[in-house]
Design a binder for this molecule. Structure first.
Ligand SMILES: NC(=O)c1ccc[n+]([C@@H]2O[C@H](COP(=O)([O-])OP(=O)(O)OC[C@H]3O[C@@H](n4cnc5c(N)ncnc54)[C@H](O)[C@@H]3O)[C@@H](O)[C@H]2O)c1
Length: 248
């Protein structure tokens, strides 16, 4: 049987990259999808892929960092689908700069989207999941949230925050039948990593024991596992998906 058959999955940042791969992986295993991104028309490609897999896709325009917009979106998803079984907080941005050159705005934007956005969606969806007395949340963190990185203090702090938020959510919500876990990807080939120089890419590749960059599908398969009943006894965990770059 498909792993998430008949479940309703809400995925943020689903227009492209890792979010698109997650939505498609969940759809391929039987889930209907509520697709969220900054603009609804950006989601057309993902929605078409989900539909081609025989599952329902509904698109929602939402900035994950805006509380009212998040509440309205979750209310619309509840109206359209009746429930949410799986929440994947995937939307994320980078605004890299060395610490002494980083503007307050670059700090705030990254924290607002990556960390506050995850908090806002978790809070809004947990209200539904608590009524259902079931649900699975998967947050997309990063190995940078575990090990830090020069030029990414805002991003590293946001992802470390996502990991701490995940662990706290898991402890708070376990008695309500809700699990929360995080994936921490390494270097995955998407628009986010396209902008890195050839030099940096070479250095990164040399540090990956499996000898290749990750693909969005590498992350999506782990998200599927954590979102599915196969992970029924797994909560509050961080699973790295990084080709062996980080092993602790
Ligand atoms: N690519 C990597 O190597 C890598 C590594 C570790 C973690 N991650 C994380 O994976 C997630 C997905 O990254 P990606 O590489 O697919 O990036 P991407 O830039 O290709 O996609 C990010 C998506 O999020 C959406 N988004 C951005 N801000 C938003 C907002 N305020 N509200 C709603 N949607 C918003 C974008 O429109 C886009 O569709 C991010 O959280 C990122 O931090 C990526």
């Amino acid at each position: 049987m498909a792993q998430v058959s008949g479940k309703i999955a809400l995925v943020t940042g689903a227009a492209r990259g890792i979010g698109q791969a997650i939505a498609c992986q969940l759809a391929a295993e039987g889930a209907d999808t509520a697709l969220c991104d900054l603009q609804a028309d950006w989601l057309t490609e993902t929605a078409a892929k989900v539909a081609a897999l025989g599952r329902r896709a509904q698109c929602y325009a939402v900035d994950v960092s805006q509380a009212t917009a998040v509440q309205n979106t979750v209310a619309a998803v509840e109206k359209d689908f009746g429930r949410v079984d799986i929440l994947v907080n995937n939307a994320g941005i980078t605004k890299d700069a060395f610490l002494i050159r980083m503007s307050e705005q670059d700090w705030d934007q990254v924290l607002d989207v990556n960390l506050k956005g995850t908090f806002l969606f978790t809070k809004a969806v947990c209200r539904l999941m608590m009524k259902q007395r079931s649900g699975a949340i998967v947050n997309v963190a990063s190995i940078i949230g575990l090990i830090g990185n020069a030029g990414q203090c805002n991003y590293a702090a946001s992802k470390a925050g996502v990991i701490a938020l995940t662990k706290s959510t898991a402890k708070e919500m376990a008695s309500r039948g809700i699990r929360a876990n995080a994936v921490a990807p390494g270097f995955i080939q998407t628009r986010m990593t396209e902008k890195l120089s050839e030099d940096i890419r070479k250095q990164m590749l040399a540090a990956i024991p499996l000898g290749r960059f990750g693909e969005p599908e590498d992350v999506a398969r782990v998200v599927l596992f954590l979102a599915s009943d196969a992970a029924a006894y797994v909560t509050g965990q961080v699973v790295t998906v990084c080709g062996g770059m980080v092993t602790a």
